[in-house]
Design a protein around this ligand. Sequence first.
Ligand SMILES: [Zn+2]
Length: 312
Amino acid sequence: MLYFFRYKSITGAIHDNRVPVIMICLQVLCSGTPTPSHLRWGSSFVLKMDDSKWFMFDCGPAATYKLVQAGISPLDVSDLFFTHHHSDHDSDYACLLLSRFDMSIGNESPLKVYGPPPTVSLTEKLIAEDQGAYWHDIVARTNHPLSLWAYQQRGGVLPRAVPVVDSKDISPGVVLSNDDVVIEAARVEHVQPYLDSLAYRVNYNQGSIVFSGDTRPCQSLIDLAKNADVLVMECIRLHKDMKDNITSECESSAQAAGEVANSAGVKMLVLTHQSPDLDQPFKKEEVIQEVQKSYNGRIEWAVELEQICYEA
Ligand SMILES: [Zn+2]
């Protein structure tokens, strides 16, 4: 049985004193679209199982700042999974890499990064020797006495190495597997052929959580999310605002999110990627009603800097 609760990660405490079998924490960082609002901007979540490092899913605008606001060090992210390379899902990647480099003392494991192409070339364009857009910064910080002093002050031992990132272009299938977790990817349908898009399922010992990324409702997502505990799903607009235009061929409405959640039989649906319109008064209630036409499981409304935690 699952027990769900949520709390504000900055100010709140966990309102539960039972000892769980496994504690799963989903931290909402970015839950919006490319259009910034005072409530949301871009896409990014981090996920942690018990005392593991954090897995990050997408790295949209300001994700690194929000990560730190949530009390998580950029160095505590071990793996980053991109669903696709629209800028609202990857534009804080440089900031994450360079913040990690700036905080490093040289003994951390390299960040592992997975995603559809061009994940590898994007990484190289940012930090590769000579060619990377930020190579000048890396040269300065690994040579000037000011940066070397700061590096030693925080515990680093000279010589200071350049940042190393283990990035991979991946396709559907199992992308990570160890004793604690198996992560698999499935292709979903968004803006192909210009950008490929993946959804991810994280299977841990007692359950699973799925990240849809951006997609129209599609069978591959339903199959990937089959009987999962949690589906984190795009919900960009109400159905009535999408049905007569191209958006329904590329994105998911509230109705579509409910239908996918119902078809997959998930226990909880987390709605994210809301357009600014859905944060207007009374729209959230309309969204929930639309979702509940087809889905009667637990529904959560993604709020930036809140955590959705559960024991499994
Ligand atoms: Zn997109």
